[in-house]
Design a protein around this ligand. Structure first.
Ligand code: ATP
Ligand code: MG
Length: 441
């Protein structure tokens, strides 16, 4: 048999602990109360029985034999009654362990009369005590001991209590789990550039403390990243002027192989520096305002720009879509992806579709060599290139994909790379697209 598995979510574990312990505690206290009630009811009943037996038998003794029958209805009780006959035949009662009423009867009538007890076959326990009055006439006491029945409303109250327990457990678990869910969601969407969701700092002390700690952490990370980026931007920016100066000087040099080499090196440096500035800028999302764009027209113009320079880029898009986005950032992002694809493949395809409501996916597909699966995440990091083992002509700084990813994040989207079946790379950009009606109205 497989051992029972501990549920995986914290909510179900807490619910289980609360519910099981509360139900057990409740069941125990109900059981105790019920037992106590049963015991006191029994004691009371036996006490009454003893008193009643001696009076009733004394009254019957004093009544003339013909009048006794008329009096009998007055002596009827819920659990026992008197009969003026021999009673029903039954099996003699085992006197080694007699029911409780036998002791009461023996205590009250035993000294004066000789009683014998029988047990009758019945659904519920059913006994009879037989003896003879002083005038020789038979008397039978018919006993059907029964536990005091439960009040009809008691099960309803129990069900009510159980529902209350369920409700309270749910409330308690929710109160305990909700801040945790919020926290994990916030950690998930933590934006190192700032602008991530701030947690609500109100609520119970522990929760507020965690929220404050998280918000501070987020702010600190953002400040740290910003500082680094400013450093990168400043260095890159300040390098541009001396490089331009050096290029000017190189241009004044006499034509030679050395001059060409120097010129190439300087151009490479300039490219690197420009990319550095661009990367630093891509982290700063506040500069461009959002606009609604017609996705098809936007991508078509991008594709035309490539076709104009003789680069084979195709657009696959069924239907229209409208996007609320920052067009320059999106264009720069896509240009990076398409440029990469063009470096490694003959032709490139841009495919657009809606993976789900409220989302738009733009895929840049090529049939080039792809990227080894274990490096798919690495290449998104700044300055990471695979070129050392590849064609030197495809030189670059290794910032293109890092910039693209930053831009995707700043557009509230996500950039994922994966290798295609049959070879080639697919760069998937997913953007939030809540607007559905066409532009221009
Ligand atoms: P640049 O900063 O000029 O864009 P880069 O293109 O080398 O330089 P990234 O765009 O960041 O830098 O790309 C990182 C690496 O990922 C590239 O060096 C290349 O090895 C690999 N890569 C990117 N796109 C593709 C692709 N479509 N097919 C195969 N490899 C790719
Ligand atoms: Mg690139």
């Amino acid at each position: 048999m497989k051992p029972a598995r501990w549920p995986r979510t914290l909510a179900s574990r807490l619910s289980l602990i609360f519910l099981v312990s509360l139900v057990i505690a409740h069941g125990l206290s109900f059981g105790l109360q019920f037992y106590e009630r049963y015991q006191s009811a029994k004691t009371l009943m036996l006490g009454n029985l003893e008193q009643d037996l001696s009076t009733t038998v004394a009254v019957l003794e004093r009544l003339p034999a013909e009048e006794r029958k008329a009096w009998l209805p007055r002596f009827v009780h819920p659990n026992y009654r008197y009969q003026l006959d021999e009673g029903l035949p039954g099996t003699p009662l085992d006197m080694a362990a007699p029911p409780e009423f036998v002791r009461s009867m023996e205590a009250t009538l035993g000294r004066e009369y000789s009683l014998h007890y029988t047990q009758l076959a019945d659904l519920r326990p059913h006994y009879q005590a037989h003896f003879r009055l002083h005038d020789g006439s038979p008397l039978t006491i018919d006993v059907r001991p029964s536990i005091s029945p439960l009040s009809p409303w008691l099960p309803l109250v129990l069900v009510g209590q159980l529902l209350l327990l369920l409700g309270c457990t749910w409330l308690a678990v929710r109160t305990a789990i909700r801040p945790l869910t919020h926290l994990s969601r916030a950690v998930d969407t933590l934006d190192p550039n700032g602008g991530g969701t701030r947690l609500d700092e109100s609520g119970p002390v522990e929760v507020a403390y965690a929220a404050v700690a998280f918000n501070t952490l987020q702010a600190r990370i953002a400040a740290h990243v910003k500082e680094r980026m400013q450093l990168l931007a400043a260095i890159s920016h300040d390098l541009q002027t001396p490089i331009t100066r050096m290029k000017l000087r190189a241009e004044l040099m006499e034509d030679s192989l050395e001059k060409d080499k120097l010129w190439n090196d300087l151009s490479e440096m300039q490219h690197l520096v420009q990319e550095g500035v661009a990367y630093a800028r891509s982290m700063d999302s506040a500069t461009e305002v959002s606009r609604r764009i017609d996705v098809q027209a936007f991508l078509q113009s991008l594709v035309f720009d490539y076709l104009d320079t003789g680069k084979p880029v195709r657009l696959e898009m069924a239907g229209d879509a409208v996007l609320e986005t920052r067009p320059h950032a999106l264009r720069r992002l896509l240009v990076n992806l398409v440029d990469n694809a063009l470096k490694y493949a003959e032709d490139v395809e841009i495919a657009v579709f809606r993976p789900s409501r409220g989302q738009l996916a733009i895929h840049v597909l090529d049939r080039g060599p792809g990227i080894p699966d274990d490096l798919l995440a690495e290449v998104l990091k700044p300055f990471y290139r695979l070129e050392s083992s590849r064609n030197r002509d495809t030189g670059g700084t290794g910032l293109g994909l890092a910039i693209s990813q930053q831009l995707a994040l700043s557009l509230q989207g996500a950039l994922v790379l994966h290798n295609r079946e049959g070879g080639g790379l697919c760069a998937q950009l997913t953007l939030p697209a809540p607007v559905t009606e066409p532009v221009g109205n």
